[in-house]
Design a protein around this ligand. Structure first.
Ligand code: BGC
Length: 556
């Protein structure tokens, strides 16, 4: 089958860690063989693409984002052949695969760093990383992991110099001013693309280049590096994509799309916390406001929308006041906070409220972009705030009530992480098997939601046009693509609301509700009145009366 070059626009991405998904050899760690077994589940959910967190050899001090060898597999997860089998199995099912290209930094155990620190000062080999005799260089640069690091420089007793790191002090930043580094990184990229990987998430790309007198983020030279990588991608491969991780304000993210010559996709970081904020405030303003500040992007580019991921719910892209609000509402317990954010999963953030979880997922599936589901959130998994770092949201997938949540047959003590056990999120209650059995379960509801979304290209490719009804507790927008016209109405409030919509532009058309296929009364001259239950959402297709005939008056 021909691949549509814009496949990523219609994708539903499922994000998981090999380690956390399924353990096939009872050693306590998930692996590629286990992941292959889990592919049916991912496919049944309706996902079309799997994004895997780093699975390369690593001391695992940053869950694999500290890579010590770029072109192999952490033996705990399997072999390169296992990875190839996984890739083939995914492709056989029509699933795409996105992996991580972590190029801003390596582990300090990487042979490149080991060579650099021992090479003479000012030598070619030393220059693979960023060094200085003066730890006051690049003063204007913020520290990202404020909980653990006090400086972006760390003294290396072997090199007798300081090395630069934007993240942990065991993760030295590569020096992209060195053309050898760029070439080496391109070869890493080719290695995985040649195996058949469909997309690469470019980790932490705003920080590739450093310059005096700047904040060392989003520099023009950084964009040159990305253009260089993209031109190699386009010249040598077809239908492969870059997904940018640039946790920045919308105007600063926009350049990462370039003129369609940098990344195909980029996460929309600022809208993420604002969906939570809008829900708790019962006011659409935070979402509408950030979308107003979101620049247009080239036609073949796409936002990636997410509710939660493997990191903390980052609050870097909000104002101080908004951050205080988020902490107060969603992380009263200090243990829930880390760095500038909140380390919790979706269900606990929603206090396990089913309606709240549903409306957040409805937003995930209807906001403009490609949705990313974080493994376990589709069954409402909880977290464990007693684990260190961000590990509380990285616990084993909960498959069943069997030992170790059906994740592994190892001794419980051998697991990479304990599964969540306490009610209401413990695996005895929350697991795939139980939810398969119940037609009202969150899992089965998620499958239906995704199936409805996949019927219409407008969700992935259409416009996003907010309406401005008086009732600000209701968020209303249109998604328009070719002859598809979808109206999404979201009641952010915990109470029933009515909303009057100015739909005069569509007079005569019939709103057909997408789940039930029920035709609603045609749109007339007067404001269109809808009554919404608490946290209720409705998706309609607006259809000309002739086409809607089959849906009208069928059910009473
Ligand atoms: C990843 C984090 C990681 C950091 C440093 C981020 O972009 O999402 O999980 O800790 O990079 O490697």
């Amino acid at each position: 089958m021909q691949t549509d070059p814009l496949w990523y626009k219609d994708a539903i991405i499922y994000q998981t860690h090999v380690k956390s998904f399924k353990d096939s050899n009872a050693d306590g760690y998930g692996d590629f063989r286990g992941l292959i077994e889990g592919l049916d589940y991912i496919q049944q959910l309706g996902a079309t693409c799997v994004w895997l967190l780093p699975f390369y050899p690593s001391p695992l001090r940053d869950d694999g984002y500290d890579i010590s060898s770029y072109e192999s597999i952490n033996p705990t997860y399997g072999t390169i052949e296992d990875f190839q089998s996984f890739l083939d199995a995914a492709h056989e099912r029509g699933l795409k695969v996105i992996t991580e290209l972590v190029i801003n930094h390596t582990s300090d155990q990487h042979p490149w760093f080991q060579r650099a620190r021992r090479a003479p000062k000012d030598s070619k080999e030393r220059a693979w990383y960023v060094w200085s005799d003066d730890p006051n260089k690049y003063q204007g640069t913020r520290i990202i992991f404020v909980d653990t690091e006090t400086s972006n420089w760390t003294w290396d007793p072997i090199a007798q110099q300081f090395f630069w790191h934007r993240f942990f002090s065991h993760q030295p930043d590569l020096n992209f001013d060195n053309p050898d580094v760029l070439e080496a990184v391109k070869n890493v990229m080719r290695f995985w693309l040649k195996m058949g990987v469909d997309g690469l998430r470019l980790d932490a790309i705003p920080y590739l280049i450093e310059r005096d007198g700047t904040n060392c983020e989003n520099l023009p030279e950084t964009h040159e590096v990305l253009k260089n990588l993209r031109s190699a991608l386009d010249a040598e491969y077809q239908n492969r994509i870059f997904l940018a991780e640039a946790n920045q304000w919308p105007p600063d993210v926009r350049p990462y799309f370039g003129d369609s010559d940098e990344c195909h996709m980029a996460f929309h970081f600022p809208v993420m916390p604002r969906m939570y904020m809008a829900l708790r405030k019962e006011d659409r303003t935070p979402i509408v406001e950030i979308m107003r500040q979101t620049p247009e992007i080239p036609n073949d580019c796409q936002w990636a929308i997410f509710l939660r991921n493997h990191d903390e719910l980052t609050l870097e892209m909000v104002t101080d006041e908004e951050r205080d609000y988020m902490y107060k509402e969603y992380a009263r317990d200090m243990r829930m906070r880390i760095n500038v954010g909140i380390r919790r999963r979706l269900a606990p953030l929603m206090d396990n409220g089913r309606r709240q979880i549903e409306i957040m997922n409805a937003l995930l599936m209807s906001m403009p972009g490609t949705p990313i589901i974080y493994y376990g959130d589709e069954i409402g998994m909880g977290d464990n705030v007693y684990l260190g770092d961000r590990n509380g949201v990285r616990t084993p997938m909960q498959w069943s009530t069997d030992r170790n949540a059906g994740f592994s047959e190892a001794d419980s003590a051998a697991l990479y992480s304990p599964p969540v056990v306490d009610p209401p999120y413990g695996f005895q209650g929350i697991n795939v098997t139980a939810q398969e059995r119940t037609s009202t379960s969150l899992l089965r509801w998620m499958r239906r939601l995704i199936a409805v979304r996949r019927e219409f290209k407008a969700f992935g490719r259409g416009t996003w046009e907010p309406l401005h009804p008086d009732n600000r507790r209701v968020l209303v927008f249109l998604r328009r693509y070719k002859d598809e016209l979808i109206l999404c109405v979201n009641n952010l409030s915990r109470f029933a609301q009515y909303v009057e919509l100015d739909l005069r532009e569509f007079q005569g058309m019939v709103p057909v509700e997408l789940y039930s296929k029920n035709g609603f009364p045609p749109i007339g001259e007067l404001p269109y009145l809808l009554t919404m239950g608490p946290h209720n959402f409705l998706w309609f297709r607006l259809m000309p009366p002739e086409q809607a005939k089959q849906y009208v008056g069928q059910r009473s």
